[in-house]
Design a protein around this ligand. Sequence first.
Ligand code: SDX
Length: 435
Amino acid sequence: MASNSLTITDNRTGKTYELPIEDGTVRAMDLRKIRTDAEDFGLMTYDPAYVNTASCRSSITYIDGDRGILEYRGYPIEVLAEHCTFLEVAYLVLFGKLPDQAELKEWVNEITHHTMLHETTKRFMEGFRYDSHPMAMFVSSVAALSTVYPEAKDVLDPENRMRQIKRLIAKMPTLAAMSYRHSVGFPYVYPDNDLSYTENFMNMLWKMVEPKYAANPVLARALDVLFILHADHEQNCSTSAMRAVGSSQADPYLSLSAAAAALSGPLHGGANEQVLKMLDEIGTKANVPAYIKKVKDGHGKLMGFGHRVYKNYDPRAKIIKWTADQVFEVTGRNARLDIALELERIALEDEYFVQRKLYPNVDFYSGIIYQAVGFRPEFFTVLFAIPRTVGWLAQWEEMHRDAEQKIARPRQIYTGGRKLAFIPMEERQGAVAVK
Ligand code: SDX
């Protein structure tokens, strides 16, 4: 078999170049050798939205988009969702191994004892209008935590990084619950260390005047599974933001707020909220064919469908669908599920979607469960950000340990004007921009 390399002939000069192929890639910097003369900068790759560009080496999450495979540190997501708790999976994603009994006990204890927030956080919250979007509150409050932990700026100290990682994982549910309580005008509920990660989250959201909150175990387990499914997903938009901002050695609170800001977009983590709005717009099963026609005519997208990597059914969507049945046993069936199932049935048979390999993704069914459990649609993306905090931090930590990584700074193809003659103010009337 020929050597693991690419032979390129530059037809501008007739020269040939041998580029090594490593892990299915060629190094973009190797293209810089291909020049027309000594003055030439050399070739770059042009890849808008990095559709075909590997930005790092990572051993955290493996996805096979064609086969609908997702593994965290080599373990299939289906196995983890069935057998683990979210904090157990968080340990796996962060440290690369499943914890033994003692390690898990210590880890849970650590996280449990970092769930409290500095009291000044209440004043951050009071600054928001009661009807502020929870993701805007989340992004801003996470960034504000940077003021509470100034030592977090020492990102080159591994022990300091780990201290902030534990704080962030532990405090995200508290912050999220605080934003919810603020939006409904209820007093804040402090963490209860007797409860599990998700039971405590439910406690801080929904405890009223009862002496001790008792979470419904089926709903708590469903949230735990949903958190497992959302923990990481390799180099998605928000994780790339975490790595890019973190690469400047920004502290983890500011970096994570940038990642959460990226997640808030309707094409990314904001899709789960848009799915509910779409299902409400459709209204009944009978209206599904007309809505699908509208999408096929180019008017909007089928929210919760399609994926940059999965060209098969998102394995997380399958598990979420199964989890929905458990939840509806407790909450009663959400009528929107019937509309979603009909939408999926028709879309999966329709050439437009089949040809473009558009399948339900993680966001298609998650919102239906969240709503059945009692969350409002605008809170859904916060429910995505809480578990994804683990993935963002694991990727951030991996970046800091990677000797090949440095500050992210892509190149561009310049298309603007050059060395233009200055135009004095009196001559600018009606001047147009140079294309
Ligand atoms: C998440 O990257 C990750 O891993 C993300 C995520 C994670 O865990 O971090 O998995 C979480 O963000 C899931 C995706 C949630 N977003 C949505 O459900 C929004 C709806 N989906 C689309 O916007 C879209 O599918 C994306 C953004 C998810 C992916 O877009 P791509 O890869 O850029 O694909 P594309 O826009 O180039 O689409 C290819 C074709 C186009 O048609 P043509 O121009 O070829 O005619 O498919 C069409 C698109 O118009 N298309 C859709 C569609 N998604 C793509 N048409 C209708 N409905 C859709 N949902």
